[in-house]
Write a protein that binds this ligand. Sequence first.
Ligand code: SF4
Length: 266
Amino acid sequence: MPWFWRGLREGVVTTPYPKQSDPYADAFPAAVAVREDAPAITAEAAEGLCPTGAITADPASRTARVDRGRCILCGHCTRGRPDVFSLAHGAESAVTGRSSLTVPQLEETDEALAATRRELARRTGAFRRSLHIRHVDAGSDGSEEWEILALLNPVYDIHRLGMFFTASPRHADVLLVTGAAARGMAAPLRRTYEATAQPVVVIAAGTDACSGGIYGDSYATHDDGIRDVVDVDIWVPGSPPSPFSLLHALLLATGRLSASGKEAEA
Ligand code: SF4
């Protein structure tokens, strides 16, 4: 009974995203950005800032670049060089190409990215408004799993969008893979991928899955994250990524978001 009264008192708590923007998602610090007016920085200074090697600087132009796929959002760079780095806010941090995780983006990747998006849309056209997700933990520290669990609570409630988790890869449209691609999980992940019906979309969820994260190349993990094991379609940076970023990736998988990030017509 107390739950009934609490429900009436609090009203609807479910996010309006993706139909409308959500102020909480818009304010959420999701990634590191390089300021447009950033001063030049030497390669040595850039590399010394970051514990995961996510920051580089072009030796000629001395322009800083951040590989969000390697960034664990420790905040060291934004505190140490606020004139160069800032936090980018918002839900829409998932991308369809690994190179797009590097900011500022290289112009020559635009054409390749458009082709990747077209190919993904062609493969996922059959999913339309229903999506079944198989989560695979390939060596996670558990943080991504907390965010994935949140997708089922009343705030995010992915069931309203026709998205469901399934226990079997046979029933899955999407493999949502977390973790730094532990060597011991390479074969199970590969077998899960092979057991999933085609077309399947693979989402690398979190920095560890995108690049191996802070573990990098070790006796236990792969240097390049899960792409050493399976072909990845969608990349979600963050350590861990917020539920909004995960939701953004799932909407990209269904083709329900346009390139601009707005919900596409049904
Ligand atoms: S916030 Fe990311 S890019 Fe900045 S120092 Fe930490 S890991 Fe490196």
